[in-house]
Design a protein around this ligand. Structure first.
Ligand code: SAH
Length: 248
C-alpha cells in the first residue's frame, strides 16, 4: 500500500508537505495552547513534522497515520532525531475510517481531507476520536482570488473552481455544519514557495540520478513547466490555512 510514486519522488526532501513554514507550524502549536500530555491524532501525518515538533515543544503525545511508506519512515527518523520517539507513534496505513481507541484533545487532518471524502466527511471522521472540549484541525486550500475561468482553476491543479471556497465562505461553511472556528493560521506566498519551489531542486537531482526511470519523462515535463505554471496560478490564486474547530 502506498501513495502514487510521483509524490514520493517530488516531496522526498520535504519535512512539511504543505505551504506552512516551520515558523507557521510553531505559531499554530502555540495558538492552540497545547498542554503537556495532551493527545494529538494526525490523519495523513506525512513526514511527521507537526507531531514531532509539538512533542518537543509542548510535550504532546501523538499518533500519526500516513499511506506513504517513505514519509512514515522519515517521520520515525525525525522523532528519533528530535528525541521524542517515546512520545509519538507513526503508523503506515490508510487513514480512511481511522478512529483512535483513546479520545484525543486534538484531531487533525492537515492537507489531506480526501481521506474523509472532503472537508465535511473528514470533520465527521475526526469528531469520532475527539474528547469533549477537544479541537479539530483542518488544513485546507481556499481561493485567495476567485479564478476567472475553469482553465485558471485547473492551472492551480484543481479540477474545477467549485473544488474550493473563498476564505469567508469556508469559515461560513464550518459554522453551517455546527462548528465554531476558534483559531486559524494562514499560509502566505513565501510558504507556498517553500512547498512548491523545493520540489524543483528535488526533481532536478532525481532526474540526474534516475535518467532511465519510467517516471523520468513525467518528472522532466513537470520541472520544465512547473515553475511558470506555479507563478501564474497557484501562487496568485490559491490560499491555504489550518482551521481550529470546536463543535457548538
Ligand atoms: N499533514 C502532512 C502531509 C500533508 S500531504 C503535512 O502537512 O506535512 C498529504 C499526505 O496524505 C501525504 O503524506 C500522503 O501520503 C497522505 N495520504 C494520502 N492519502 C492517504 C490515506 N488514504 N491515508 C493516510 N494518508 C494518506
Amino acid at each position: 500500500m502506498d501513495i502514487p510514486r510521483i509524490f514520493n519522488i517530488t516531496e522526498s526532501a520535504h519535512r512539511i508537505h504543505n505551504p506552512f513554514t516551520p515558523e507557521k507550524l510553531a505559531t499554530l502549536g502555540a495558538a492552540l495552547r497545547l498542554e503537556s500530555g495532551a493527545r494529538v491524532l494526525d490523519l495523513g501525518s506525512g513526514s511527521g513534522e507537526m507531531l514531532c515538533t509539538w512533542a518537543r515543544d509542548h510535550g504532546i503525545i501523538g499518533t500519526g497515520i500516513d499511506m506513504s511508506k517513505l514519509f512514515t519512515e522519515q517521520a520515525k527518523l525525525r522523532a528519533k532525531e528530535l528525541g521524542v520517539a517515546d512520545k509519538v507513534e507513526f503508523i503506515h496505513g490508510d487513514a480512511a475510517g481511522y478512529v483512535s481507541d483513546e479520545k484525543v484533545s486534538v484531531a487533525a487532518c492537515v492537507g489531506a481531507t480526501w481521506i474523509g471524502g472532503g472537508v465535511a466527511g473528514t470533520i465527521e471522521l475526526l469528531a469520532k476520536s475527539l474528547r469533549t472540549g477537544g479541537i479539530i484541525l483542518i488544513g485546507e486550500p481556499y481561493w485567495r482570488q476567485l479564478p476567472p475561468t475553469e482553465d485558471v482553476a485547473r492551472g492551480c491543479h484543481a479540477s474545477s473552481i467549485s473544488d474550493f471556497l473563498m476564505l469567508p465562505e469556508l469559515l461560513a461553511f464550518f459554522s453551517r455544519i455546527g462548528y465554531d472556528v476558534v483559531e486559524m493560521v494562514l499560509a502566505d506566498q513565501d510558504g507556498w514557495d517553500r512547498y512548491e519551489a523545493a520540489k524543483w531542486l528535488t526533481m532536478r537531482r532525481w532526474l540526474e540520478a534516475n535518467a532511465g526511470d519510467e517516471l523520468a519523462n513525467e518528472v522532466r515535463a513537470e520541472l520544465t513547466s512547473g515553475p511558470e505554471r506555479y507563478a501564474a496560478y497557484t501562487r496568485e490564486y490559491l490560499g491555504w490555512g489550518v482551521f481550529a474547530l470546536m463543535p457548538r
